[in-house]
Design a protein around this ligand. Sequence first.
Ligand code: LMR
Length: 357
Amino acid sequence: MACRRTCAQRRFWLAPFTHLLRTLTLLMVGTATSVWANETIVIKFSHVVAVDTPKGRAAAHFAARAAELTKGQVKVEVYPNSQLYKDKEEMEALQLGSVQMLAPSLSKFSPLGVRAFEVFDLPFIFNGYRELHMVTEGTIGKRLLGKLEAKGIVGLAYWDNGFKVMSANRPIHNLADYKQLRMRIQSSKVLDAQMRALGAVPQVLAFSETRQALQSGVVDGTENPPSNLYTQHMHDVQKHVSLTNHGYLGYALVVNKRFWDGLPADIRQALNQAVADATRVANDSAFKDNQMALEKVRASKRTQVYQPSAPELAQLRSQLLPVHQQMASRIGTETIEDIYRVTGFRLPNTTLSTNHP
Ligand code: LMR
């Protein structure tokens, strides 16, 4: 009884302050909304590839849909082809807020300290897009994107590119052909281990520097899906391509977390829709773009395109699969095993934990 009276008295005395607090909160929210309401919201979206690639097309589609769905309030400025930043710089720029959006390849997140993304680099882990999508569109994919939040980054979606081919200035048919080849790789320890397993010498280079490095002989070869090889004119300086399809290259569409969380809810909702639409464009065009690029590389007659035989592919596969065990503790055994479970992948005659009890 006494409590009821004192509580009522407290409420009576606190009422004006509570009211003031509520008004201030409303004013602050109102001010934030009206600041955005009067201003165009600019999203700088930097990426490193050409516009006529799966990522280039998806980024352009995202920009168009964002403008449409927000009735022009959001303006997405897309900077392709490393115009604004190269690989490493663009990550720093995102964290600093100098750009708001990127779609780096999944191989480029480990220098941030998110090593689990290197799981996508494991050789032969995905047998085609269907298996890959079981991961990227399921709980594992979501969990991996969630790891970026601690780095001030929100992962919005996965965008496909495709399966990689090997290229060099000498034929690469057998395992012995890789010996001592200096191969440009992305900044991933799994890719480093993969090239070493082949007896090659890996060298990390920014994407924007790769063609020049191939031309000048700083490196002898590289790996990439055909769409990147063709649109960067790498085939002009690589005499041989081998259709190994030994690994996947795709992207995470990411946004600066502070920027994203600060957007009005209706704008964020519209942008989420634009992301979904752009993701469809990336994933629908990935296979076609890579097929088309390969045809153009063949038609150029500058590069010999080799289809390895089944025994050659089997040899390559058995040479590269030990990289899964070698990299398990770095990536996280659980993450790799979760993917195995979802896709049904099996390491022949062994398990991951054989070397990692
Ligand atoms: C590479 O560096 O080879 C790729 O990540 C480029 C890209 O973004 O597709």
